[in-house]
Design a protein around this ligand. Sequence first.
Ligand code: DX5
Ligand code: ZN
Length: 220
Amino acid sequence: MSRVLIAPSILSADFARLGEEVAAIAAAGADFIHVDVMDGHFVPNLTIGPMVVKAIRGATDLPFDVHLMISPVDAYIDEFAAAGANILTVHPEAGPHLHRTIQRIKGAGVKAGAALNPATPASAIEAAIEDLDLVLVMSVNPGFGGQKFITSQLKKIEAIRKLIDASGKSVHLEVDGGVDPNTAPLAIEAGADVLVAGSAVFRGGESQYAANIAALRPGS
Ligand code: DX5
Ligand code: ZN
């Protein structure tokens, strides 16, 4: 399996200093910058939009892994791509035509991901696997940072790992929610190769970011 990548979620960053926080996690060893976009409709929280993505784009060259928890989603894809997203991940429930949404993402020149809520089965993205660059398995219900990892999602990670391997395609398998030094090894063992973590990366302040990121990597 490929190297495990760490994608800190800036949902746990200090929003008053967001650009500096992005630069700090990049310097601390992050591989992707995970940006959680919430609309107060698809999920019960409001976060940031394309203007903020554009504003922090200059803080690092790392890929922006943008998790869209918004519905409807299609009308915003081009704007997030133009703002500097490198991966746009959508939930199948956020629109009636997942395939069309994926094509639209690719048409905007960025990589396409699909995210599965805890109650959404692996089969929801099975028919789309060959068109995807990333599958995100939510290990909490989306909306907030700092929730507890739902261990029943490990079976879904295993199932998606099998789907990806059978496809023969290079597709990232990302896990998001409640990832910390205790749960990270479980997710990796189940087949994840990208770990999103918010509270486990940002806790303790900037002097701890490098150690917090290192503590999520295998063998740490
Ligand atoms: C939840 C978000 C996650 C979350 C992760 O809806 O998609 O990215 O912020 O935060 P932690 O790591 O604190 O669970
Ligand atoms: Zn997320």
